[in-house]
Design a protein. Structure first.
Length: 175
């Protein structure tokens, strides 16, 4: 990055934690986006509904009841103020980009820039991971018998790093 780039307002790690895989797509949920944009979720949804033609199915979709209940269980959320009256919206990367054209909060543009940077960063990490796996496979086929133990250890480390992180935290209690 150049020295002239604007200061980061939202840490990439915060955004990364909000990106979920639903229906084999990377998405961010409406309530998480509303938090980032510092607007009410209902205001975000109203802006989307007023401009629904800008949000085709590959930009945004609503969670079905099973997805919503599963997500709720994972997040350990309780129904606040009686719960939502509509299904949660999930926005793909393109949908998040489109939000900048319908939201008019003061920080919407900067938030979108940071979210887009995070999506790009995740794509780069995934590409590097695939590239590394391919190179290891090539080396393994060439030197399999001599370095089998080394390749097995590398594969085990790669499997560990690609597994999902647990949600929440653990705390040791002393008597």
């Amino acid at each position: 990055m150049s020295g002239n780039s604007p200061p980061t307002t939202i840490p990439h790690i915060r955004i990364e934690r909000l990106i979920l895989y639903i229906r084999n797509q990377k998405v961010i949920l409406d309530d998480d986006l509303a938090n980032l944009y510092e607007v009410e979720t209902s205001a975000l949804v109203r802006a989307v509904r007023r401009n629904i033609e800008r949000f085709p199915a590959d930009f945004m979709f609503q969670l079905n009841q099973e997805e919503f209940l599963s997500l709720k269980q994972i997040r350990l959320e309780s129904n606040k103020r009686g719960g939502r009256r509509y299904a949660t919206y999930a926005f793909t990367e393109q949908g998040v980009a489109m939000l900048s054209s319908v939201l008019h909060s003061p920080n919407a543009i900067q938030v979108n820039v940071e979210i887009m940077r995070t999506f790009v960063k995740l794509r780069e990490i995934l590409a590097t991971h695939r590239e590394l796996a391919s190179k290891i496979e090539q080396l393994e086929s060439k030197y399999n018998s001599q370095f089998k133990a080394v390749f097995d250890a590398i594969k085990a480390l790669m499997r560990e790093s690609s597994q999902a992180r647990p949600i929440g935290f653990a705390r040791d209690f002393e008597d």
